[in-house]
Each structure stands twice: as structure tokens, then as C-alpha cells.
Design a protein around this ligand. Structure first.
Ligand code: ZN
Length: 144
């Protein structure tokens, strides 16, 4: 962690300490569980669609700072978005954590914090857990 840019480290620690969209959605929400055995990160993701958009999304997590911060940032980013829009954000995220940011022209500001993750292979799975779990939830929606 110490090599990661200090500003980004602060953002991650802030999301870890004060996660956005924390908690359960009790009624009629889609739910998926994510688990990253490499680090022991666990994630419960709740999501409600309305009119083709994410009406509400929340999570509860138990794991390292990066996995929790990533879930906090992800939920903040996809609220109000359509599945197609989420797909685009998700693609950019995976591009960033596998290849870094140098080759991307227009990077979403909220994702800049993950530019350095590619240099820490063990952390890639921590950062991507939230997005994999989101993908699982969306599959449940699109199957119906
Ligand atoms: Zn982790």
C-alpha cells in the first residue's frame, strides 16, 4: 500500500472508513454474494432495478480496505445507470486494473484511484470483487 500515491490512499481509506451505500435493502432486492479467497474479502450486494435503471444499490462487506473502498465507489457510480452504461464503466474499470491508465484517453475521475492497482497483482482481485459481484446481480435481472 505504501507505494500507492498518497492521495489515492486517502480516498481508499476514507471509503473504507465511511463506506457509501452501506447496508441491506430489505424488500424485493436482487442479492449476490462475492468472495475473494486469496484475501478473504466477502461482499453482500443488494440491487433494485426500476425502469431499466439502478434505483437502489447497497452492500455490506468484510475484507480489506481496497475491496470495501471499491464496493463503495462502484455502488456510488452505478446508481441511476442503465445496464448498458454500467457495462461501459465496468469495462473501463477492468481495463484500468489490468493495464493501468496511461493508454486511456478519457478516464472516469472516480476510477483514477485504481490506476496503480495493476502493479499489485494480489490486489487486483480485491479491487474487482465488487464489479464481479455486480455482474452476478445483473445476470439475475437480465434472465427474467
Ligand atoms: Zn482484499
Amino acid at each position: 500500500m505504501s507505494e500507492i500515491n498518497e492521495l489515492y490512499q486517502e480516498i481508499i481509506l476514507d471509503h473504507n472508513k465511511h463506506p457509501r451505500n452501506w447496508g441491506k435493502i430489505e424488500s424485493n432486492a436482487l442479492h449476490s454474494e462475492g468472495f475473494n479467497p486469496l484475501c478473504g474479502d466477502r461482499l453482500d450486494l443488494y440491487l433494485k432495478f426500476e425502469d431499466g435503471k439502478v434505483q437502489d444499490i447497497s452492500f455490506e462487506a468484510n475484507g480489506c480496505a481496497i475491496s470495501k473502498a471499491s464496493a463503495s465507489i462502484m455502488t456510488s457510480m452505478v446508481k441511476g445507470k442503465t445496464i448498458k452504461e454500467i457495462d461501459e464503466i465496468s469495462h473501463q474499470f477492468h481495463d484500468i486494473i489490468t493495464k493501468g491508465c496511461e493508454h486511456i484517453d478519457e478516464i472516469d475521475e472516480a476510477l483514477e484511484v485504481f490506476c496503480g492497482v495493476k502493479d499489485y497483482p494480489a490486489r487486483v482481485k480485491c479491487a474487482s470483487l465488487a464489479w464481479h459481484t455486480l455482474n452476478d446481480v445483473i445476470k439475475k435481472e437480465t434472465k427474467e
